[in-house]
Design a protein around this ligand. Structure first.
Ligand code: NAP
Length: 442
């Protein structure tokens, strides 16, 4: 059996692993638009969360399995078409994630100084699509909209000192710009209350451990309890969040030069400014039947940068059935059309942590096996042989696993310890690094 997996992030690689375990003889080709594998593990997980990134070692074993090939720098829809993929492979599994920012849908969203979290995180993580963002960080106040873990990551990275980031793999260009910034007030803004926030306790608690930054929470916002509307499995996490927030609110001590203001019940309604952001208008909300209801009471924050960490959607690929409303591929528990499946965030939207994809991959592959037992595959398809020819004819510079390993080695070699790696951030420099050792050994 020949299987194509499109996207080499956690969902793609856990799916590849599950496929290889169930059908050891399968040839698996893993495509990625970038010259590098690992998706959000490289470009999304915060640079100071190195222990979470260690999962890349397991992913490396998946990529190195005999019978598995990595086709980096190959974009489906540009270098290869969906129809060509279906013609070449018995199974096609999309695991392309959700890399586009959702929009706020409020006036002022297009002003200079407004960024989506995918772009902002991609900038400090050296994603080739976003490395040149050069965000405006010259003001003293910045707002991050959203109460998820991505919003928490963004404020933490901005609040950390260079010493605190020294053993992270934040890109040099971003570390320099954050160091030069004169931010004093970071606003973390939730449109609902502390009970509804989707950040998790470990990530929230980290905000209380910052060297130069204190955390400001209004105790009046915390006079609530986790109610019966919260699903049983989430009660403990929400209670723990409340406890941590209460401990923040009780803190006393020497003032620090920077503050994170945690605001709840505040929905963004407009971003102010002519060309550049000069302020953010928020409207107080109350939570009714789980939804944020506007109260008509508005106030302004004098911020000069706004980062919207409010979720992502999947980009469309020509020919792949797409659910516009949900912003992901149309699918029925992963089934897209005969022989085609979706896994991870392009299947069910942006939720869960890296490990969630492992469980999901097992479920998806079990489902594929059931489908195959009731609808066996037609005659065998050619697999890589067909696509390799097409890619060669089109002059696509494919980066294989060995090419990725050369990039990996070069990035580690050029980092100043204790920094674990200094990433190459453009497609051209990544491709050059993939070829480097090869050329010098010729
Ligand atoms: P998320 O947890 O869904 O958070 C999105 C936030 O945006 C919510 O607070 C949501 O509020 C808010 N929001 C949505 N639309 C809004 C609007 N129009 N105006 C104001 N607020 C709005 O998503 P995420 O933070 O992007 O994270 C994605 C997934 O990655 C999550 O599963 C997360 O746990 C995971 N992740 C994990 C880690 C980690 O483990 N360290 C780090 C980063 C990400 P409502 O709740 O009111 O809709």
């Amino acid at each position: 059996m020949h299987v194509a997996i499109v996207g080499s992030g956690p969902s793609g690689l856990y799916t590849a692993d599950a496929v290889a375990r169930l059908w050891p003889e399968t040839e698996i080709d893993i495509f990625d638009r970038l010259p590098t594998p690992y998706g959000l593990v490289r470009g999304g997980i915060a640079p100071d969360h190195q222990s979470t990134k260690a999962v890349a070692r397991a992913f490396e074993r998946t990529l190195a399995r005999p019978g598995t090939r990595f086709f980096g720098n190959v974009e489906i829809g540009r270098d290869l078409q969906y129809e060509e993929l279906k013609a070449a492979y018995d199974l096609v599994i999309f695991s392309v994630g959700a890399e586009n920012d959702r929009s706020l849908g409020i006036p002022g969203e297009n002003l200079q100084g407004v960024y989506g979290a995918a772009a902002f995180v991609g900038w400090y993580n050296g994603h080739p699509r976003h490395h040149a963002l050069e965000p405006l960080l010259e003001g003293s106040a910045l707002a991050v909209i959203g109460n998820g873990n991505v919003a928490v990551d963004v404020v933490r990275v901005l609040a950390k000192t260079q010493a605190e980031l020294a053993d992270s793999d934040i890109c040099e260009h971003a570390a320099r710009r954050i160091d030069a910034a004169r931010l004093t007030d970071l606003y973390l803004i939730g449109r609902r209350g502390p009970v509804e926030a989707s950040f998790t306790p470990i990530e929230l608690a980290e905000l209380g451990e910052l060297e130069r930054c204190e955390i400001v929470v209004d105790p009046a916002e915390l006079a609530v309890d986790v109610g019966p509307e919260v699903p049983e499995k989430e009660v403990k996490v929400r209670q723990r969040n409340l406890e941590i927030l209460r401990s923040f609110a009780l803190r006393t001590g020497e003032p620090k030069p920077m503050r994170i203001h945690v605001l709840f019940h505040a929905a963004p309604v407009a971003i102010l400014g002519n060309e550049r952001v000069t302020g953010l208008v928020l409207e107080r909300t109350r939570v009714v039947d789980g939804r944020a209801e506007l109260t008509g009471e508005r106030f302004e924050l004098p911020v000069e940068t706004v980062i919207a960490a409010i979720g992502y959607h999947t980009p469309q690929i020509p020919g792949v059935p797409f659910d516009e409303q949900r912003g992901r591929f149309k699918n029925d528990e992963g089934w897209v059309e005969p022989g085609v499946y979706a896994a991870g965030w392009c299947k069910h939207g942006p939720r869960g942590v890296v490990g969630t994809n492992r469980t999901d991959a097992g479920i998806l592959v079990k489902r594929i096996a059931e489908d195959l037992s009731s609808h066996p595959l037609p005659e065998g398809k050619p697999g890589s042989a067909a696509v390799a020819t097409l890619l060669q004819q089109r002059g696509v510079h494919v980066i294989d696993f060995a090419g990725w390993k050369r990039i990996d080695t070069a990035e580690i070699a050029r980092a100043q310890p204790p920094k674990p790696r200094e990433k190459f951030v453009t497609a051209a420099s990544l491709i050059a690094a993939a070829a480097s050792e090869l050329e010098s050994s010729l």
